[in-house]
Write a protein that binds this ligand. Structure first.
Ligand code: PEP
Length: 244
């Protein structure tokens, strides 16, 4: 962790209206971001509004998904270049809610990550096993296979990996620090580039102020991808302060 600056990312999912953007001031008043990068990923409709507010506090803006194509007749899709144009620096790809709810394959996630890189964005590539895979001892194998299929041939400094066990997302269950550390170490060891020590690997899955410190203390956990708790500016600030 010494050579990697922590990153705490908030995934608002399909939450948030213009009336909720006071979140930024409330968060900034409660957070110490001196030693930690902070990324907020609101829904598409709030990108422009939130981007202006976040940048005043040195906070980064990200989106939750992008199209694999650069442009064209793809009704309802949003390209990575459009996200960059709206002020994003990052985009989440391969979140389990998209892999499952929208049948996104590893190959599609890989193409989306490439589209992000081509548009100058940092993809946050999500991977994670199901409960049954963990219980049958297949968790590491599953996650490494997902990663191999989802990872474009790029340097560790051009992307972020988020390890999000599916059984921990939005459930209140979380991987214990030993489970998280073992998976993060396996991901790092399997990363193909020689610069793997520079790869930031976030943990995601019911991260809250009460469990963030133990997770963040793991040597290969470089931050968190936070869903539910990122909607509460005080809870998100507490998590950021624990990582700083
Ligand atoms: C997520 O959406 O990526 C996530 C980890 O959600 P939660 O923190 O609510 O489990």
């Amino acid at each position: 962790m010494a050579q990697r600056r922590p990153l705490i990312a908030g995934n608002w999912k399909m939450h948030g209206l213009k009336a909720d953007t006071g979140w930024v001031e409330a968060f900034a008043a409660a957070a110490d971001t001196g030693a930690c990068d902070v990324l907020v990923c609101p829904p598409f409709t709030l990108l422009e509004t939130m981007g202006g507010l976040l940048s005043r506090h040195g906070l980064a803006l990200g989106a939750q998904n992008c199209a694999e194509e650069a442009e064209g007749a793809f009704t309802g899709d949003v390209s990575a270049a459009m996200l960059a144009d709206a002020g994003c620096s990052h985009v989440i790809v391969g979140h389990s809610e998209r892999r499952e709810g929208h049948a996104e394959s590893d190959a599609l996630v890989r193409r989306k990550a490439l589209a992000a890189i081509e548009a100058g964005l940092v993809p946050v590539i999500c991977v994670g096993e199901h409960r049954a895979e963990r219980e049958s001892g297949q968790a590491v194998e599953t996650v490494l296979a997902q990663l191999a299929g989802s990872l474009p041939d790029i340097s560790a400094t051009q992307l972020v990996v988020a390890y999000e066990p599916v059984w921990a997302i939005g459930t209140g269950l979380t991987a214990g620090p030993e489970e998280a550390q073992a998976m993060h170490a396996a991901i790092r060891a399997a990363f193909p580039g020689a610069d793997r020590d520079r790869l930031r690997i976030l943990y995601g899955g019911s991260v809250k102020p009460g469990n963030a410190a133990a997770l963040m203390a793991c040597p290969d956990v470089d931050g968190a991808l936070v869903g539910g708790a990122s909607l509460d500016p005080d809870a998100f600030a507490q998590i950021v302060n624990l990582a700083s």
